[in-house]
Design a protein around this ligand. Structure first.
Ligand SMILES: C[S@@+](CC[C@H](N)C(=O)[O-])C[C@H]1O[C@@H](n2cnc3c(N)ncnc32)[C@H](O)[C@@H]1O
Length: 261
């Protein structure tokens, strides 16, 4: 596998996410607040760093149609919970790729809680250059990571490259309702050679973020105690800036497919 060749922007992103994952590694407050914001749709064991709830897991399982022994890729895997949970539930292998070496280290440490060692591997790479072989994946997930990639077209071409013909990917994505910046999903997919099979709106997701952001603001003192000032400051900035745009946000789970040959 090639060693990652990150752009300057990717190196900066990796440093930001390294700090975030390191700060959350031992703290319980972040997952407690996610659980409070989501209620009984929160999958505790997955412990994701995004809006991962049981309805999203159901969408992923239904769309990917994986079989035992298949190869799953978790792109922008963070600390690995989504891919590991799916690999255990569906008896697949999983390869997680993330730009943050800290996330990859934590994910590697969690793997044995879910599946035997030979069924999970985590590696540092970017969305546009995963380092994985062509046609590696029978299925792929990319949850709450695509929004960080400035070169969306390159990330979609990489997804096309690593999917086997006929295999599917589920990516989550947010878009403004007014003045969307990017073309509609069928167009973005077609540009990379993919088919957009489904765009499922998740109408409850902006409200979930709103509840979470309120909780972050309300629990500022506890966040500072458990995470430190820098990670808390960036969470509060996110809560205030992104929080103010949620009324205009449409959250989607998009199913993409590489055509059969
Ligand atoms: C919000 S977290 C979500 C993590 C995971 N998917 C989950 O739901 O728990 C976003 C993750 O994407 C990773 N990421 C962001 N931009 C990336 C890029 N260009 N290439 C690879 N990983 C990236 C970050 O390091 C971070 O772990």
């Amino acid at each position: 596998m090639d060693s990652p060749d990150f752009t300057e922007r990717e190196q900066q992103l990796a440093a930001v996410y390294d700090k975030m994952h390191a700060a959350r590694e031992t703290a319980t407050i972040v997952s407690d607040l996610y659980a409070q914001a989501m209620g009984d749709v929160y999958p505790h064991e997955i412990n994701a760093a995004g809006a991962v709830d049981w309805p999203l897991i159901a969408t992923i399982v239904g769309a990917l149609r994986l079989e035992p022994g298949h190869q799953l890729v978790d792109l922008g895997c963070g600390t690995g919970g989504i891919g590991l949970w799916l690999a255990r539930a569906l008896a697949t292998h999983v390869t997680g790729v993330d730009i943050s070496a800290t996330a990859v280290r934590i994910a590697t440490g969690r793997a044995r809680e879910f599946v035997p060692a030979e069924r999970a591997r985590f590696t540092v790479g970017s969305l546009r250059a995963t380092g994985l072989p062509d046609r590696h994946a029978n299925g792929l997930v990319c949850v709450d990571a695509l929004g960080c990639e400035l070169d969306r077209a390159a990330a979609l071409r990489e997804i096309y490259r690593i999917l086997r013909p006929g295999a599917r990917a589920v990516v989550t994505s947010g878009r403004r309702r007014t003045n969307p910046v990017l073309p509609p999903w069928p167009e973005q997919a077609a540009y990379a050679g993919l088919i957009c099979e489904a765009e499922e709106e998740r109408p409850h997701e902006p409200l979930l973020w709103q509840r979470l952001y309120w909780l972050w603001i309300e629990h500022e003192t506890d966040l500072r105690k458990q995470l430190g000032d820098e990670p808390t400051d960036s969470m509060l900035i996110e809560a205030r800036t992104r929080g103010a745009t949620l009324d205009d946000r449409c959250s989607l789970a998009v199913t993409l497919r590489r055509p059969e040959e």
